[in-house]
Design a protein around this ligand. Structure first.
Ligand SMILES: Cc1cc2nc3c(=O)[nH]c(=O)nc-3n(C[C@H](O)[C@H](O)[C@H](O)COP(=O)(O)OP(=O)(O)OC[C@H]3O[C@@H](n4cnc5c(N)ncnc54)[C@H](O)[C@@H]3O)c2cc1C
Length: 203
């Protein structure tokens, strides 16, 4: 697995749980998971807010919609399992979107009407008064969308992988090569200024 953000670590965890031998490569594995020390050099995951917007996705068909539905089913299960490593990891449920104009409010109303069973509901300006007093067009509340702390998630995944004896290599992959007939292989690049690897994959 090249890259140890939420996607790389999550995929590595999933594959390791299925019994595959997995190795993860990422120079950031040398760094602690925080925002303080590296504010100008964050991965996408560390920079992110961790907002999960599965049910408020506008489209109601296609692969993107199906993937969102599936991941919103899986998040509570993943989080419950990963709490063994980071007890404070939570799915903070409830997502509020404020309508910026009348047109946006109409789109939200239509979506809420279609997805009552998925926990979508319109809220009025009066409902929003304490949290967003300048709201003029109401908003949309999604009961099952929410937020996961992306730093705690990465910490929990790193710990889960260490427990599964997944090899965590704090090194960058600098080249993908597709010329060999021997399948995927890894070799150190001695001339590089840092420990690095290249992969060769069967064409
Ligand atoms: C400011 C901001 C806010 C965001 N907010 C949200 C949000 O609220 N909700 C949401 O769902 N998404 C949000 N995102 C998007 C979110 O960051 C991504 O969807 C997700 O975190 C990407 O995860 P990732 O693992 O693919 O990538 P990353 O977390 O970026 O991880 C990629 C990793 O690959 C490593 N890497 C790169 N090159 C190599 C190499 N050659 N060899 C080895 N390793 C390498 C990097 O060091 C890095 O750690 C936000 C993004 C940003 C920037």
């Amino acid at each position: 697995m090249i890259g140890a953000g939420a996607i790389g670590l999550g995929t590595a965890w999933h594959l390791a749980q299925q019994g595959h031998d997995v190795s993860v490569y990422d120079p950031r594995l040398n760094q602690s998971v925080d925002r303080e020390g590296s504010a100008n050099d964050l991965s996408g995951t560390s920079a992110s807010l961790g907002v999960l917007m599965g049910h408020v996705f506008r489209r109601s068909s296609g692969r993107g919609w199906r993937l969102r539905r599936r991941s919103m089913e899986l998040w509570p299960q993943w989080i419950e399992t990963l709490q063994a490593h980071q007890p404070d990891l939570r799915l903070h449920s409830g997502l509020l979107q404020i309508a910026e104009d009348e047109q946006a409010a109409k789109r939200m109303e239509a979506l809420a009407a279609q997805r009552v069973d998925l926990g979508l509901q319109m809220v009025t300006n009066a409902d929003l008064a304490t949290v967003w007093p300048t709201a003029r067009h109401g908003g949309l509340h999604s009961r099952h969308d929410g937020r996961v702390d992306p730093l705690l998630l990465q910490l929990a995944l790193r710990q889960a992988l260490a427990e599964q004896s997944v090899e965590l290599n704090a090194t960058a992959v600098i080249r993908l090569d597709a010329t060999t007939t021997t399948g995927m292989c890894i070799a150190p690049m001695e001339t590089a200024p840092f420990t690095s690897l290249w992969f060769s994959a069967r064409p």
